[in-house]
Ligand binder design. Structure first.
Ligand code: PTJ
Length: 248
């Protein structure tokens, strides 16, 4: 039992969720390593949603509300940390949920599907019939016909650079959540949210609720005003400034 007073309470709870998901077979072995990398960046960012991240979240909410067929891609780490929030976000945007695994096994797909259904998902895509996006025959380039394959906006948390590139090249708006502002995914995505997924998805739900009554023109304006490379530069600047003032 971890005491709430422990200075690293949130971080320790996340570690527990990650190790528990690994024990249950939901998380890939390398999911633990990926989480550790994320933790290091979270530490540098001050373990809170920074101002640039909040702006990216607002732009992402606008893109999701404007989408015709928005899809949320779920991997092992996402399922381990925020299964309920993913379902809530899908409901808020009228979007679909699709399982997409880098280390894909049928067993993991079934376990993640069960977890999402337990958390209230009505439908989970990516479990059987899959098509290849473009001609790249990697497991990561697969997508379900009604989901990512035909989506116009895709939210891909903790993604790898290749797939982000494939999705962008096929004309989709790609939103990513990745604590590493220098990753290829962050640099290739249309909107990169440099924040921990445990904070970013609840913040996205809140932003969607805040913006849902705006007109299409107003939402488009939010998107036009957002500049992804500039947002990443601001995040990197913030990490640097925290050397002198960790309170920033
Ligand atoms: O479940 P699978 O089989 O699809 O595999 C998932 C992992 C994450 C293992 C796989 O996609 C992978 O190896 O990813 P990478 O290339 O390690 O990238 C993961 C990125 O997510 C890194 O840049 C981490 O900094 C970042 N990250 C880790 N934990 C979090 C995070 N970003 C946001 N929130 C986190 N909690």
């Amino acid at each position: 039992m971890i005491s709430r007073d422990h200075p690293r309470y949130h971080s320790l709870i996340q570690r527990e969720m990650i190790t528990e998901a690994w024990r249950r077979g939901i998380l890939a072995d390398s999911g633990m390593i990926a989480h550790g990398r994320g933790e290091a960046f979270d530490y540098l960012l001050g373990e809170r949603t920074t101002e640039p991240a909040a702006r990216a979240i607002r732009a992402a909410a606008a893109a999701l509300l404007l989408a015709e067929n928005p899809v949320i891609s779920v991997n092992g780490n996402t399922a381990a940390l925020v299964p309920g929030a993913v379902v809530e976000l899908a409901d808020a945007i009228g979007g679909k949920i699709e399982i997409n695994l880098f280390h894909r096994t049928e067993k993991r797909v079934r376990l993640i599907e069960e977890l999402l259904l337990e958390n209230g998902a009505r439908e989970v895509l990516g479990t059987d019939e899959l098509l290849y996006i473009d001609d790249i025959k990697s497991p990561r380039a697969t997508a379900s016909p009604d989901g990512i394959y035909s989506a116009d906006v895709v939210l891909v948390p903790l993604e790898d650079g290749d797939r982000t590139e494939i999705l962008r090249e096929s004309g989709k708006t790609v939103i990513t959540i990745d604590l590493n502002p220098l990753s290829r995914t962050s640099r290739k995505a249309s909107i990169s949210i440099t924040d921990n997924i445990v904070r970013a998805i609840p913040a996205l739900i809140e932003a969607v609720r805040e913006l849902e009554d705006l007109s299409r023109d107003e939402l488009e304006l939010i998107l036009e005003e957002f500049d992804n490379p500039e947002n990443i530069r601001e995040t990197l600047k913030l990490i640097d400034l925290r050397r002198y003032n960790p309170e920033l």
